[in-house]
Design a protein around this ligand. Structure first.
Ligand code: ATP
Length: 354
């Protein structure tokens, strides 16, 4: 069952010329963690605000548990939606302790039940022992866990996070991503977070919507979007890739680097296409008559792998640079490099939607 549904949802601010969000469709199932991914100004926060009830859509509808909460003349107030929010700056009450912050939203419950719920969430969030501290006595990561515990304590139907890791230093980000994902999973909560960092998405999300100019360009599992991006914007946003123009032939793809052999191509011979091949989707092989060949012009050791920049030049003098990830132990024997895409790892990109 969909816990949340956005149907053609859009927002145009009165004084703006463009839509902040337009024709946005999304289905969120119970227990899912969903990410809104996009660059600054693409409409992520506006989407969160419409779901929370801080902004009213100018187009379409929003449904929570199958019930319209916004659109078609209906507008449910934020406090009635049972949506929890973790703000980017955590927005903790500075003069309240951790315990008081967490129990704040439980005022409707009896004291005993509220205390039990707070103790449970404090234990799950690893905050035991910090109950009497004030926000200024906590680290950034602890503040974030208090904000999460406060949002989760009333058991909302859905939790929204605005840029959850923007205030966490890069060393601790991985741990925080794991911790937050575990807390969400253990409580069976449904969550949506906004981010501009694909690492957050890959580490946490079950589903991601890649957004540009208020429109969703592609929605799906992070792994599928990584491997099969719909267009060059999504491909680029979701990590490094090689964008290669090609012409389909009966044997494969004719590219400026030479023929890339492929079977079962979902395009007709002679069709002009654009390919996306990720750096790790190439492998370096001994020279054979099907491989592509280039000269290594740059080599970067990046710990877990080596990034090779390979310049390929056609007999007509057309130069292309290809990025290949090789094993960190790869020895660049001389400057020549022979390579080809791994089977089934060539993706044809569609046109870019504006
Ligand atoms: P960031 O990552 O920088 O927070 P975002 O993806 O969350 O950006 P939004 O804050 O949703 O983007 O903004 C989307 C667009 O709507 C932007 O062009 C922004 O300038 C515009 N916008 C946001 N709020 C308002 C407002 N109250 N009035 C007019 N325009 C607005």
């Amino acid at each position: 069952m969909n816990i949340l549904e956005l149907r053609n949802t859009g927002k145009k601010f009165p004084e703006a010329t463009d839509w902040a969000v337009k024709d946005f469709n999304l289905e969120v199932q119970e227990g899912e963690i969903v990410a809104f991914l996009g660059e600054s100004g693409c409409g992520k926060t506006t989407l969160l605000r419409m779901i929370a009830g801080f902004a009213n859509p100018t187009q379409g509808t929003i449904l929570l548990n199958g019930e319209i909460i916004a659109g078609e003349g209906i507008f449910m107030e934020p406090q009635q939606r049972q949506v929890g929010i973790v703000f980017q700056d955590y927005a903790l009450f500075p003069h309240k302790t951790v315990w008081e912050n967490i129990t704040f939203g439980l005022f409707r419950l009896t004291k005993d039940i509220a205390s039990e719920k707070a103790r449970n969430i404090i234990s799950l969030s690893g905050l035991e022992g910090l109950e009497r501290r004030y926000p200024h006595q906590l680290s950034g990561g602890q503040k974030q866990r208090v904000a999460l515990a406060r949002a989760m304590a009333p058991e909302p139907r859905i939790i929204l996070f605005d840029e959850p890791f923007s205030n966490i230093d890069s060393l601790r980000k991985n741990q925080m991503r794991d911790d937050i994902r575990d807390i969400i999973r253990q409580t069976g909560s449904t969550a949506i977070f906004v981010t501009h960092d694909t690492k957050d998405v890959l580490a946490m999300a079950d589903k991601v919507a890649v957004i540009k100019n208020g429109r969703s360009l592609q929605t799906g599992k992070p792994e599928d979007i990584y491997n099969f991006p719909a267009n060059s914007y999504v491909a680029d946003f979701f990590g490094k890739t090689n964008i290669i123009k090609a012409r389909v032939t009966r044997e494969g793809f004719e590219t400026p680097m030479g023929l890339i052999k492929a079977d079962n191509i979902p395009a007709k011979p002679e069709q002009e296409v654009v390919l996306s091949i990720r750096p790790e989707q190439f492998h370096i092989i001994p020279q054979d008559n099907e491989c592509l060949c280039g000269s290594i012009v740059k080599e970067r050791f990046l710990g877990e792998y080596k990034e090779l920049t390979c310049k390929v030049e056609t007999p007509e003098g057309i130069k292309t640079e290809i990025i290949i990830y090789a094993s960190p132990h790869h020895v660049c024997n001389g400057q020549k490099c022979y390579f080809k895409p791994k089977d089934g790892r060539i993706n044809i990109l569609g046109p870019e939607k504006e």
